[in-house]
Design a protein around this ligand. Structure first.
Ligand code: HEM
Length: 420
């Protein structure tokens, strides 16, 4: 087992942001986050092997930082990991360079490459295709007799197929995309580590495999353009020149990974919450129009992206704490989404919550999630179809959470339903 940081200074509670196993016990994690919001909403965290950071846990602060991209930059390491890991990735020439790692004009130009594919109109034009994929998976749920691991049998393959259908990755390669996504986002989870016993080895092996796969896909789409996102990325130009190889690889990678792992966790963890909170399924079945709000509440509740980092260009004060220029902030989306200053009774899951759509799970400002419209539509499409197919619906065992401090959630969800 890898040796994760389980204690930090000056306050040991800072470990919940680093240790991937801390996220497994959600109740304990949220209890500490609640204390931090009350007592130390901007907490300096120092841990061996990590450049210190400030953990930002209140909604208002996460929102303000996200909105001011000129003052709080993304560039450099935007995801928390051991310093050595990033130094080694840099030395190997494979450090991440996605939209998340860019700022200003460079970011705008790169975001424009795929933006049109994610606009609400473009997404709504794909509604029939999403409906067909959702029907296929409700059919699978029926074939399984209403008893399955909802996370692995339905949520993961459904969200994967939706994004791969616009991406242009053929269905037979979906298992490869899934394995590689888990290798990148689930590198610290023993279930996905295979023979390797170290997350870094898992990450480098995964990046190399992604590179091989996407180089081939890009070459194919340059020779034979198709009406898909892979063609758009493979042939993209930045400032009149082809997008560089490194940025192209990471563009493919972010779409292939962020495009499903996040949404599947929102679905599996959201369904877990629906089933655990009495009366919620019946409410939705009784009023299908509630599905839009229910999807927002599922996204607020699960917050599958656990953090991103920002870097201060000038000194700033957040919740009364002065932070010097050059320091970095960790924006804790799961904590901000349970902030009692914004969400009344935040630890209860309520599909009728009046302000569920204030969720900050998709971030904000220039980097606001590119795929949020897809994610929302995928949940809104599957959920009513699923609920229309069942009478009694409940848990069939204990859910299991992924060990991950970046993107994570319920990875196994045993459920049982009486089919209609
Ligand atoms: C429930 C599902 C999802 C959640 C919770 C989520 C969350 C996030 C968050 C927190 C950010 C960073 C925002 C910021 O820094 O302010 C982000 C960015 C991004 N997301 Fe999502 N995401 C989800 C689904 C998707 C989907 C379906 C895609 C499709 C490809 C996607 C693609 C991206 C991309 C490309 C970025 C980078 C945007 C940029 O830096 O300009 N995400 N997402």
């Amino acid at each position: 087992m890898p040796d994760f940081v389980s204690a930090t200074t000056p306050d040991p509670r800072g470990a919940i942001f680093i240790d991937p196993t801390a996220y497994v016990d959600q109740e304990a994690w949220h209890a500490i986050a609640r204390e931090l919001r009350a007592e130390a909403p901007v907490l300096r965290v120092e841990a061996e092997g990590y450049t210190p950071f400030w953990a930002v846990t209140r909604f208002e602060d996460v929102f303000a930082v996200s909105r001011h991209n000129d003052q709080f930059l993304n560039t450099r390491n935007s995801v928390l990991g051991p310093d050595l890991q990033f130094e080694m990735l840099g030395a190997m020439g494979i450090e991440p360079k996605t939209l998340i790692h860019m700022d200003g004009e460079e970011h705008r130009e790169h975001r424009n490459v795929a933006n049109a594919w994610f606009r609400p109109r473009a997404v709504s034009q794909r509604q029939a295709a999403i409906d067909a994929i959702a029907d296929q998976f409700v059919g699978k749920f029926r074939d399984l007799g209403g008893r399955c691991d909802f996370a692995q049998d339905i949520a993961v393959p459904y969200t994967l197929r939706v994004i791969m259908s616009i991406f242009g990755v053929p269905e037979q390669d979906e298992p490869t995309m899934l394995r590689l996504t888990q290798g990148l986002f689930g590198a610290a989870d023993p279930e996905y580590m295979g023979d390797l016993n170290d997350p870094f080895a898992m990450i480098t092996k995964t990046i190399a495999e992604f590179e091989d796969y996407f180089n081939e896909l890009a070459a194919e789409r340059r020779g034979h353009p198709a009406d898909d996102l892979a063609t758009v990325i493979a042939n993209a130009e930045i400032g009149g020149c082809p997008m560089d190889r490194h940025a192209t690889l990471w563009y493919f990678t972010i779409v292939a990974t962020a495009g499903h792992d996040t949404t599947s966790f929102a679905l599996s963890g959201g369904l877990e919450a629906l089933l655990r909170h009495p009366g919620q399924v019946a409410k939705l079945q009784g009023d299908p129009d509630l599905v839009t709000n229910a999807a927002e509440e599922m996204i607020r509740w699960t917050s599958p992206v656990r953090h991103f980092l920002r870097y201060l260009t000038e000194p700033a004060t957040l919740s009364g704490v002065e932070i010097p220029a050059g320091d970095r902030l960790l924006l804790s989306y799961p904590s901000a989404n349970r902030d009692e200053r914004v969400f009344e009774d935040p630890t209860s899951f309520d599909v009728t919550r009046h302000n569920a759509n204030r969720t900050i799970a998709f971030g904000g400002g220039e980097h606001f999630c590119l795929g949020s419209t897809f994610a929302r539509r995928e949940i809104r499409t599957l959920l009513p179809k699923l609920l229309a197919a069942v009478d009694d619906f409940g848990l069939d065992g204990e859910p299991e959470f992924a060990q991950a401090n970046f993107v994570g959630g319920v990875k196994h969800l045993p459920v049982v339903a009486t089919l209609r």
